[in-house]
Ligand binder design. Structure first.
Ligand code: NDP
Ligand code: 2IT
Length: 444
């Protein structure tokens, strides 16, 4: 049994109830094989065994009182996975589906993503099974205050810097920051995605979606393709999806579909993003409200149907495992030639295989959605310097970072004999920096 198989079997035996974590580990380990075989020092130092075990996992009760005076209890967690190249960094997710498996998969992916960003940040993730949907602002505030009353003990601007993810945007970061400041009296960059009035960075809101499109643009340009007049399907209608649509449209693409967890809209004339922003950002409404304002558009219940819409480029920006084998096959059959993952692990292992076997240009999330955390790291820099950069400065840096990530993925894939396989490229390039830092630090 080779080293990789041995490590994977150990992870499987130790974490039998964590399917998402096992999926993320399998994807990474399988594609590291060429790098591991050519560099025996990694096995000798037990790098993989250490990499798959989080530095620590913190779990805590979050008690709060709802608007009716009833006591509610949620489970909070933070998994600090690896800080070999910088302080722990990664988002917080608030969604009823959150469990340890999901937070561990996200934290594990974050190690490689943050390494690829080229900035000094380690990997972590956290969150809670709290569902912000349908809650009043005051309920969200009380939850966030209770959550931070425990989390603050484990984070600091130089230790662990959380940010947003599904269900955590500017409102939640504001409440979390307020409580952190109240408890510690510290005003420093302990969270990113902060509001612009108290240390947030311009372009952080746009960063993940914009970065995704910058990456995809690099990837397709090398093959002589362009976003101009391309038909694009984007799943989700949250932070990542909205700004992916905005940037794709700026490049001249025609985005014809978006979704939320109930269903999807199809607008053959091209999505009117200002209407989507009104519905989702201002009113916190549902995507189906779009057809009230655009009667020529269609609304369909259910999420997976969105992948049956013919398109040139698909950008999954909602959640994990939203493209399975069947959806991948439908995209390929309809002529889709590029897929850029805005979400974390939106494609199943079987779906990814379909894309790679069919020569689809496939940008894996840990590379193509790294723009968000990269601008978070730029927010940390600005906070440390007590300065703030203009939108254009941050956007320019983001653009360069995404180009560099693409080049790292392309070159690592080619170096190990997997030209155009950006899954292999992203995993190896992200891994090497972390592994070499771990080697330098000795066995810790
Ligand atoms: P938001 O909460 O802003 O939006 C999430 C969107 O995805 C919503 O439209 C939501 O629909 C939909 N969605 C969420 N869960 C599900 C589900 N189980 N099934 C179907 N649809 C679902 O989150 P973000 O846009 O921030 O995050 C989207 C993805 O991007 C996630 O995978 C996240 O980890 C990843 N990501 C986010 C970054 C960031 O900077 N925010 C950075 C890098 C990656 P509904 O409203 O119905 O729940
Ligand atoms: O998955 C991700 O990279 C994020 N949710 C953003 C993390 C961050 O620290 O900005």
């Amino acid at each position: 049994m080779d080293y990789i198989t041995k490590v994977y079997k150990m992870v499987e035996a130790k974490n039998p109830n964590e399917p998402e974590f096992l999926q993320a580990v399998k994807e990474v380990l399988d594609s590291l094989r060429p790098a591991i075989e050519q560099n025996p020092q990694y096995e000798k130092a037990g790098i993989l065994e250490r990499l798959v075990e989080p530095d620590r996992q913190i779990m805590f009760r979050v008690s709060w009182v709802d608007d009716n005076g009833n006591v509610q209890v949620n489970r909070g967690m933070r998994v600090q996975f690896n800080n070999s190249v910088g302080p722990y960094k990664g988002g917080l997710r608030l969604h009823p589906s959150v469990n340890l498996s999901i937070i561990k998969f996200l934290g594990f992916e974050q190690i490689f993503k943050n390494s690829l960003s080229g900035l000094p940040i380690g990997g972590a993730k956290g969150g809670s099974d709290f569902d912000p949907k349908g809650k009043s602002d005051m309920e969200v505030m009380r939850f966030c205050q209770s959550f931070m009353s425990e989390l603050y003990k484990y984070i600091d601007a130089d230790i662990d810097v959380p940010a947003g993810d599904i269900g955590v945007g500017a409102r939640e970061i504001g409440y979390l920051y307020g409580q952190y400041k109240r408890l510690t009296n510290n005003f420093h960059g302990v969270l990113t995605g902060k509001g612009l009035t108290y240390g947030g960075s311009l372009a952080r809101t746009e960063a993940t979606g914009y970065g995704l499109v910058y990456f995809v643009n690099e990837m397709i340009s090398e093959k002589g393709k362009t976003l101009k007049d391309a038909t694009v399907v984007v799943s989700g209608a949250g932070n990542v999806a909205i700004y992916a649509v905005e940037k794709a449209q700026q490049y001249g693409a025609k985005v014809v579909a978006m979704s939320d967890s109930n269903g999807y809209i199809y607008d053959k004339n091209g999505i009117q993003l200002d209407i989507v922003k009104q519905i989702k950002e201002v009113r916190r409404g549902r995507i189906k409200e779009y057809i009230k304002q655009v009667p020529s558009a269609e609304y369909h219940e259910g999420c997976s149907g969105i992948w049956t819409i013919p398109c040139d480029i698909a950008l999954p920006c909602a959640t994990q495992n939203e493209i399975n084998e069947e959806s991948a096959k439908a995209l390929v059959a309809n002529g889709c030639y590029a897929v850029g993952e805005g979400a974390n692990m939106p494609t199943t292992l079987e779906g990814t295989k379909v894309f790679l076997d069919n020569g689809i240009l496939f940008a894996p999330g840990k590379a193509s959605n790294a723009g968000g955390v990269s601008v978070s790291a730029l927010e940390m820099s600005q906070n440390s310097m007590r300065l703030s950069w203009t939108f254009e400065e941050v956007d320019q840096k983001l653009h360069n970072i995404m180009k560099n990530i693409y080049i790292q993925c392309r070159d690592a894939a080619e170096k190990y004999g997997y030209k155009d396989n950006f899954v292999v490229g992203a995993n190896i390039a992200g891994f090497e920096k972390v592994a070499n830092a771990m080697l330098a630090h000795g066995v810790v």
